[in-house]
Design a protein around this ligand. Structure first.
Ligand SMILES: Nc1nc2c(ncn2[C@@H]2O[C@H](COP(=O)(O)OP(=O)(O)O)[C@@H](O)[C@H]2O)c(=O)[nH]1
Ligand SMILES: [Mg+2]
Length: 223
């Protein structure tokens, strides 16, 4: 496991409030995108609440896509490297990124992490964002696609209550399908809510424990 990536003093977290932080982030995100494209790396930002199944989804995707792509992952968390270790079990390089108190990754941290991997050695990069359905929406990272994972255990209103993150998503994964009956949650309603907010979004239902639906996620990502 590589060293944890953290922001230095004076980097984007410390920019004075009168500076347009979002604009600064967007510029760095564009630089990240250019660097990734130049090296032929496709990056996928995985967003969603804590416990929705982001790490489980990445683990299943990595298992399924082994042999087809050379992969790596970045794992954003406040202070721990627990998830990074879970993903690393599957034989891919994982760079842990700690945000301290911040509720989202930003393009600066991703830029720093990009310097730690051999981009020529990979084709596909998964970026697990910090568990949050609000903050990551405003901070593009330079990824090609954005997934939002929403768990059935979060109840029937998770999508309608967080419209902004779904507006910017390419794929919505409705996870923990096995618990739909116990939770009394209508999966079709969650799907319709996402499509109402973002008519172009692809919606896939999964059980990231068993692997059910993972092939549909791979198809939705056109991988
Ligand atoms: N029953 C069930 N549990 C799941 C499923 N996907 C993930 N989990 C469990 O939910 C918990 C949180 O998952 P995790 O992937 O760590 O969520 P994250 O915080 O979004 O990364 C773990 O205990 C997983 O084993 C699922 O489809 N069904
Ligand atoms: Mg996780």
């Amino acid at each position: 496991m590589k060293d944890v990536v953290e922001a230095e003093k004076g980097e984007i977290f410390d920019i004075e409030l009168d500076v347009n932080i979002l604009e600064a982030n967007r510029k760095l995100a564009n630089e990240n995108k250019e660097l990734l494209q130049k090296n032929g790396v496709q990056a996928i930002d995985v967003m969603g609440a804590i416990g929705s199944g982001k790490t489980s989804l990445i683990e299943k995707l990595v298992q399924n896509l082994k042999g087809k792509y050379r992969m790596a992952a970045f794992k954003g968390d406040l202070t721990t490297t627990i998830d990074a270790e879970l993903i690393a079990r599957h034989g891919v390089e994982v760079i842990p990124i700690n945000t301290g108190k911040e509720c989202h990754l930003d393009a600066n941290l991703v830029k720093k992490a990009l310097k730690r991997i051999n981009l020529e050695g990979i084709d596909l990069l998964f970026i697990e964002n910090v568990g949050n359905l609000i903050c990551p929406a405003e901070f593009p990272l330079g990824s090609d696609k954005r997934i939002v994972v929403v768990s059935i255990t979060e109840g029937p209103y998770m999508v309608v209550k967080h419209p902004f993150i779904f507006m910017d998503a390419d794929v919505v994964v409705i996870n923990k399908l096995d618990l739909a009956q116990a939770m009394g949650v209508d999966v079709k309603k969650l799907e319709n809510d996402a499509k109402t907010i973002n008519p172009k979004v692809k919606v896939v239902a999964t059980n990231c424990r068993s692997g059910e639906g993972i092939i549909n996620v791979i198809n939705a990502l056109e991988l």
